[in-house]
Design a protein around this ligand. Structure first.
Ligand code: NI
Length: 181
């Protein structure tokens, strides 16, 4: 496995509409997915889409660590997962602001409007169908990664630029007074 170079905002590959994966089980796709998981873990991050490693194909890897989930039972925990040729259906017109970062936009965070509940479908590396209804953090991660496949970065979704800044400043501003360095 290899740690791949991550494209940063400004690189044109992040603005492409990615092409479907013709054969999800192909050896080169399995190798790409394994390298993407290694890259995501190394970063560390909770999601990584193929265009972020300069491959404009419709797949992403992600994980939902127990510690990051909300209390909702539909906010399903998930180990390292690969989703190929995904589709996302927003199950509500409601939008909630969720704090997000992106490995292609290092050091920054923003509160991004996202649907709180979605259904997603796709296939895994064996071509087996995947379908889940999820909420909360899990739903946010999938919407963020799915956007990458259409060339959309979270910055393009922002509605309140006051809620956009450097992670360190935001952490300092929101930490309890006694915890401030
Ligand atoms: Ni991202």
């Amino acid at each position: 496995m290899a740690i791949l170079k991550i494209a940063r905002m400004g690189h044109p590959v992040l603005l492409e509409r990615c092409a479907p994966v013709a054969d999800p089980g192909a050896p080169e796709i399995r190798r790409l997915a394994a390298d993407m998981i290694a890259t995501m873990e190394d970063a560390p991050g909770v999601g990584l889409a193929a265009p972020q490693v300069h491959v404009p194909l419709r797949l992403f890897v992600f994980r939902v660590p127990d510690g990051r989930r909300g209390g909702d039972p539909e906010d399903l925990p998930l180990g390292n997962a690969v989703l190929v040729n995904p589709e996302v259906e927003l199950l509500t017109d409601e939008r909630v602001l969720r704090w997000e970062g992106c490995l292609s936009i290092p050091g920054l965070r923003a509160a991004v409007p996202r649907a709180p509940r979605i259904r997603y479908r796709g296939v895994d590396l064996d071509g087996q169908p995947v379908e889940r209804v999820v909420s909360g953090f899990h739903a946010g991660v999938v919407q963020h990664e799915y956007d990458h496949l259409d060339g959309i970065l979270y910055t393009m979704r922002l509605t309140d630029f006051r809620l956009f800044g450097f992670s360190e400043e935001i952490a300092r501003a929101t930490a309890p007074a006694g915890d401030r360095p």
